[in-house]
Design a protein around this ligand. Structure first.
Ligand code: CA
Length: 438
């Protein structure tokens, strides 16, 4: 069972006042991890935990010396330039550290004075990737996205026959995954519009985002072993926001027969904060397959997966054009969806990924695939919002888009909200498009 505990209690408050605001992404019930240092400093990057608008510096907290036992062992792995070693620990260590942090940050904590000396303002820091991502796999778990993209690329055959049996995925490239706030050059590549006889090389004309969830693997498995669906959750450290930037014109020409390649490995971006699987416990929901669809094979079926396999995470995407930025206008929301629309669960992705004995390692990264919902307003990409580039998206300020233009910044946000639980958020992931290099 994915149980809640005293760290999730909605009545808990923190002596860090900013954490108690109703719309705060980082109340004491969240406690997500990141890797940070003070902006522009030569400090070592190290682990931190968000509380309100502050960060608990795990290196400083470790030096304070009052957290011991399993929590202390976990804390020692937070004082490193990556979270891989923390992610590789057994879940009981993650839980012990979460409980210790919750007690230290709670209103009335005896250690308030000590811990207040370990806080750094989020406004003063820069982030690095949370871990070294050894391997990255991108799935394709929204049937709504798969069907609408399939109908644009293959009008006569939108959803391939394996879709409802296999969590479809491909091995991506980890070296090109960057941290939120990055600026990247529009990629160049080989494209062939349907009207052209031969392909040519040039700047991508159909630059798009994909609104996804990212999943960080905790403890791995030895090569040759499988992770059963019942054990899969113990191997999930946490979730983040993921913008899988995509070059649609490059993709359309290159993707058959082996799938995406250069259309996907130029600037995909993660949010700095990793919300732990434990923090998400109050926002789990039952999962079931439509009775009219094939039911999953046994290795993709489990009691816990049926009862709690789904995650209720609201996902939003905004664009901020250069004109908006210069005019001081707020970014415009393009769409909003929810991770609970996913056709396959995280546990099913992990079980399927390892069913052949493929070894996952701490810090490996899984993209959920674009999380489009059933309605147009829940489209997770501009490819869908613009109907393959045929329909202008009205930004409401006199500007329109079909795909991203130079100077556009894409911003994604995510949060969980449910009666009887404290709202928690993922912060945001942003990425800014620069012109293609000469
Ligand atoms: Ca993707």
């Amino acid at each position: 069972m994915i149980a809640t505990n005293k760290t999730h209690a909605p009545e808990l408050s923190s002596w860090v006042e900013s954490a108690n605001a109703a719309d705060c992404d980082f109340p004491i019930q969240n406690l997500p991890f990141a890797i940070f240092r003070r902006t522009g400093s030569t400090e070592a990057f190290r682990g931190g935990v968000a509380i309100g608008d502050q960060i608990v510096d795990l290196a400083a907290l470790g030096n304070a010396g009052f957290i011991n036992g399993d929590a202390g062992e976990a804390l020692a792995n937070g004082n490193k330039p990556t979270l891989n070693d923390l992610m590789g620990m057994a879940p009981k260590y993650w839980s012990a550290l979460r409980l210790a942090l919750s007690e230290a940050l709670a209103t009335g904590s005896a250690s308030q004075e000590t811990v207040s000396g370990c806080l750094v303002a989020q406004s003063d820091v820069e982030y690095d990737l949370p871990c070294v991502i050894g391997d990255y796999t991108d799935f394709y778990t929204s049937i709504y996205h798969a069907t609408s993209v399939g109908s644009l690329f293959r009008p006569d055959n939108p959803l391939l026959p394996n879709y409802k049996w296999i969590p479809i995925g491909y091995h991506g490239r980890s070296s090109s995954i960057g941290i939120s706030g990055q600026e990247f050059h529009r990629p160049k590549g080989q494209t062939k519009p349907p009207t052209a006889d031969t392909p040519s090389l040039g700047a991508c004309k159909r630059l798009d985002y994909e609104m996804e969830m990212g999943i960080y693997i905790g403890g791995g498995n030895a090569m040759g072993d499988t992770i059963s669906i019942e054990d899969a959750e113990d191997h999930v450290f946490g979730l983040c926001l993921f913008n899988d930037l995509s070059a649609r014109d490059i993709q359309a020409w290159e993707y058959q027969p082996l799938g995406p390649f250069l259309a996907k490995n130029f600037a995909s971006t993660v949010s700095p904060w990793v919300v732990t699987n434990e923090a998400l416990a109050p926002f789990r929901a039952a999962w079931s397959r439509d009775v009219n669809d094939p039911q999953p094979l046994d290795y993709l079926t489990g009691t816990q997966n049926s009862e709690q396999g789904s995650y209720d995470v609201e996902l939003e995407v905004f664009v901020e054009t250069a004109k908006m930025r210069e005019g001081g206008e707020a970014p415009v929301k393009l769409s909003q969806s929810n991770f609970h629309h996913s056709y396959w669960t995280v546990a099913q992705m992990v079980a399927h990924h390892t069913v052949n004995g493929c070894n996952l390692r701490p810090g490996d990264f899984i993209g959920s695939g674009t999380q489009s919902g059933p309605s147009y307003e829940e489209s997770g990409s501009m490819l869908e919002l613009s109907n393959g580039g045929k329909q202008q998206i009205d930004l409401g300020n006199g500007e329109t888009r079909t795909f991203l233009e130079d100077g556009d910044s894409v911003i994604m946000r995510g949060y969980c909200q449910r009666d009887g639980a404290a709202r928690i958020g993922f912060g945001e992931v942003s990425a800014l498009v620069l012109p293609a290099k000469d």
